[in-house]
Design a binder for this molecule. Structure first.
Ligand SMILES: [Zn+2]
Length: 361
C-alpha cells in the first residue's frame, strides 16, 4: 500500500466496545488531497469517513452515527476544514452510522443515490434510543432469548447519543454515476446497490488513486447484506478492484488492499454456496447460519475471527428472501427485530468473538 500517515486523533487505545484497538484512531493522510477518519476496530458504528481537500473547498464522505462523534472528527480535521471548508457531503448509503451527523451540514448540498434518499428514514433515532434503554430492562427476561437480545442491543447502542439526532436528508440525488468536480478535482460517485442497503455507492478520486468504498467493504469485520442481492455486492467489489486505487477506505476496519477486497468476494462465495446447500437440506436461516459458522470451511478461511461473525444470520435471511423462502414468521420491522433476536442468540454461542461484551453477559 502507498505510504499513508496518521496525523492525530483521540488515541484511546481501546475501541468503543472495550476491545484493544488494532490501529490508531483518527485522521490519516492518504495523498496530497485525500484524507480519512478511521475508527478502530470497525465494529457497530465504528465508521470511517473520507475528506477530500480540493484546495479552498472540501468534500466530506459520510458522517457518523451521532452528532458528537461527527463533531469530534471535524475538530481533529480543523486545520484542513479551516483552509478548505466542507462545501459538499456525500452519503454512501442510508444506514444511520453513515449519515446521522448530516445535521451539521444542513445548509450544504448532500449527495446520495436516489435509492439512498428513499431509504433515509428506514431507521429512526428515537426507535434506537428506545431500544438502547429498553434493552437494559429486557436483560431480565430469560425467555426466548429476549435477555440476550436486550443485552446485545443495549451494548450495541450504548456508546452513541441518538437523542440529539435529527435525520437530515440528502438534497441531490443521482442514479448510476455522477462526477462532482470541485476546484478542478474530479470525484466520481458510482452506484453499486442495492446490496448492503438499497442505495450503496462508492466514491473514487482518480488523481489521488483513492477510493472510499462505504459498506460494501469491511476489513476484519463481517460484512452484511441488509438488502441484497449479494451478486450486486460482489459486482461492486469487482468494480472497486478495477479502479486500481492505491488506497481503499472501507466503511469499517483498517485501510484495505486489493487482497482484502478479494477476501470479501471469497466470503460471499462461501456464504452463498454454503447457505444455499443448507437451505436445500431444509434448514432454517438460523440453523443454516449456525451450521456454516461452525463448519471447517468457514473456520479454515479465518472468517470466524472477523468481528461480529453472527451477522451471517442477517445475510442468510436476505439470501433466503431472494431465494423465495420466508426467513421468519414476522413481516416488516417486527421481522427485523426477530432477526436481530436470533442474531443475538447466535452471538452468545460465540463467546470468544468480538466485541466480547456483546457476546456474553
Ligand atoms: Zn456502516
Amino acid at each position: 500500500m502507498k505510504h499513508t500517515e496518521w496525523l492525530g486523533g483521540p488515541s484511546r487505545g481501546v475501541t468503543r466496545f472495550g476491545e484493544p484497538a488494532r490501529f490508531n484512531e483518527g485522521l490519516y493522510r492518504l495523498g496530497p488531497r485525500a484524507y480519512a477518519w478511521m475508527v478502530p476496530n470497525g465494529s457497530w458504528g465504528e465508521t470511517n469517513l473520507g475528506l477530500i481537500d480540493c484546495g479552498g473547498q472540501s468534500v466530506l464522505v459520510d458522517t457518523c452515527w451521532d452528532v458528537r462523534f461527527t463533531q469530534e472528527a471535524l475538530d481533529f480535521a480543523a486545520d484542513i476544514v479551516q483552509r478548505s471548508p466542507i462545501e459538499f457531503v456525500i452519503n454512501t448509503h442510508a444506514d444511520g452510522d453513515h449519515c446521522w451527523g448530516n445535521q451539521l451540514f444542513r445548509d450544504k448540498p448532500i449527495i446520495a443515490t436516489h435509492a439512498c434518499m428513499h431509504q433515509m428514514h428506514h431507521q429512526h433515532p428515537r426507535q434506537l434510543h428506545a431500544l438502547k434503554l429498553g434493552g437494559r430492562l429486557m436483560r431480565h427476561v430469560p425467555l426466548a432469548g429476549i435477555d440476550k437480545f436486550g443485552h446485545y442491543m443495549h451494548q450495541m447502542f450504548k456508546p452513541y447519543g441518538f437523542g440529539q439526532v435529527v435525520i437530515t436528508d440528502p438534497t441531490e440525488g443521482f442514479s448510476v454515476q455522477k462526477t462532482l468536480t470541485v476546484k478542478g478535482v474530479d470525484i466520481v460517485i458510482t452506484e453499486v446497490g442495492p446490496g448492503h442497503t438499497d442505495g450503496d455507492c462508492i466514491v473514487h478520486v482518480p488523481d489521488q488513486r483513492v477510493a472510499y468504498a462505504g459498506d460494501i467493504v469491511f476489513v476484519g469485520v463481517t460484512p452484511v447484506a441488509w438488502s441484497g442481492p449479494v451478486e450486486n455486492i460482489v459486482a461492486g467489489l469487482r468494480r472497486l478492484m478495477s479502479l486500481k486505487a492505491d488506497v481503499i477506505v472501507p466503511g469499517h476496519g483498517p485501510l484495505a488492499t486489493q487482497h482484502d477486497v478479494q477476501r470479501l468476494i471469497d466470503y460471499w462465495d462461501l456464504a452463498q454456496e454454503g447457505l444455499y446447500l443448507r437451505h436445500r437440506q431444509g434448514m432454517s436461516a438460523f440453523e443454516a447460519s449456525r451450521d456454516l459458522l461452525f463448519s471447517p470451511a468457514f473456520q479454515r478461511q479465518g472468517f470466524l475471527q472477523w468481528d461480529s461473525p453472527e451477522r451471517l444470520l442477517t445475510s442468510a435471511c436476505t439470501l433466503y428472501r431472494h431465494w423465495g423462502a420466508k426467513p421468519g414468521r414476522w413481516p416488516g420491522k417486527l421481522g427485523v427485530m426477530d432477526q436481530l433476536r436470533q442474531q443475538a442468540i447466535l452471538a452468545f454461542e460465540l463467546p470468544m468473538a468480538t466485541p466480547g461484551l456483546m457476546h456474553r453477559f
